[in-house]
Every structure is written in C-alpha cells, then in structure tokens.
Design a protein around this ligand. Structure first.
Ligand SMILES: [Ca+2]
Ligand SMILES: [Ca+2]
Ligand SMILES: [Ca+2]
Length: 188
C-alpha cells in the first residue's frame, strides 16, 4: 500500500466510527416505545388475607390488568381496553389475566406500537404502573392491587445502549410487594 493513501483511509475510519458513536449515543435518544410489561410479583391476597374477589366464591384469585398512568387521568394505556396482548388472547382486545395466581407468573403483556399508539412515550413524562383486579361483574369498583413508584423512561437509559436499543428495567411499589419488568425500545 502506498503511504500516500494512509491519511485518506484514516479519515474514512474516523468518519465511520463517529457515525457509530452517534447511533449508539444515549444522548441522541428522544423517545421510548414500551414493548412489553411483565408483572413478576404481586400480592395474591388483600392486606387482611382475603381474596381479591371478596365474595366467598371460588376462585378468589385476582383478574389482573394494568394501567399506565401519567400525572393526570385518564390512563395513557389500559391493558383491558387498548389492544394489549396477553398470551391466550384470541383477539387484540383482552389484556386481562383471569384468576391469576403464582402458577401463571410472570404475567406478560405485549404492546404493539401499531395498535397501542400510546406506547410511544416522551422520555421525561412521569409514569406509574397501576396493577388492578377486574371486578366487572360485581357492583364494586375494580380493586387497586399495587401502584408502582414514579419513573421516567429517561431515568432508565443505560450509559451504553445495546445495538437494538432495547432495555429491560425493573420497577416496584413502595412496599416491594409488586415488581414488573418493562422492556423499552429507545428511538431517536
Ligand atoms: Ca376485587
Ligand atoms: Ca377472580
Ligand atoms: Ca376480580
């Protein structure tokens, strides 16, 4: 190789490496798409020890869906109403695990950005995950099983982003009785 070409090759190498750095730079991230929420633990009984349906009928296990809340109502995402898929769902609607106990953990909900537009989120929006028991056939309103601590997607960006920009992080409630893993695909 002629030595006269070396500076040119070095210049190309620098250009390509700086492109890579830009693509993977966490500072370039602007939005996050929530793709998956997996509830890995939640209280199987109410504080007094009773079941979630409280009517002495069996089964008493909770009928679990989630709402993703901003600082104000209404919910940004409601898994019961917003086309969130749970395994076994035959239609895009659904999003509730009926009579969910330890045997079915984790409760996995899959969010498709095409059907759940609200899964595209600003990085700085304060968010909370609310886990609820569906009581649609009863007079009472649905029970709140657990409410997570407030988080933002910006808080969860690692210093080095993986190539596919998918990151899974864990959130919990104050009491530590509910944990959920949230998978986000970060985007520019
Ligand atoms: Ca209930
Ligand atoms: Ca039930
Ligand atoms: Ca219920």
């Amino acid at each position: 190789m002629s030595t006269s070409r070396l500076p040119l090759l070095l210049a190309f190498a620098l250009v390509f490496s700086s492109c890579d750095a830009t693509m993977d730079d966490p500072n370039e991230v602007r939005r996050g798409f929530i793709e998956r929420i997996a509830i890995t633990a939640f209280p199987f009984t109410q504080r007094g020890g009773g079941g979630w349906d409280g009517d002495d009928r069996s089964p008493e296990e909770a009928d679990v869906y989630f709402r993703l809340l901003g600082t104000n109502f209404p919910a940004l995402i409601n898994s019961e109403e917003d086309g969130v898929l749970a395994p076994g769902d035959s239609t895009p609607a659904g999003g509730t695990y009926v009579d969910a106990g330890a045997a079915v953990l984790p409760l996995v909900y899959t969010l498709d950005a095409a059907t759940v537009p609200a899964s595209d989120l600003s990085l700085y929006r304060p968010l909370r995950l609310e886990v609820k028991d569906d009581d649609s056939e009863m007079i009472d309103e649905d029970d709140v099983i657990a409410m997570s601590q407030v988080f933002t997607l910006d808080d969860q960006i690692p210093s080095v982003l993986p190539d596919d920009r998918r990151v899974t992080f864990t959130i919990t409630n104050d009491a530590g009785t509910m944990t959920a893993e949230i998978t986000v695909r970060y985007a520019h």
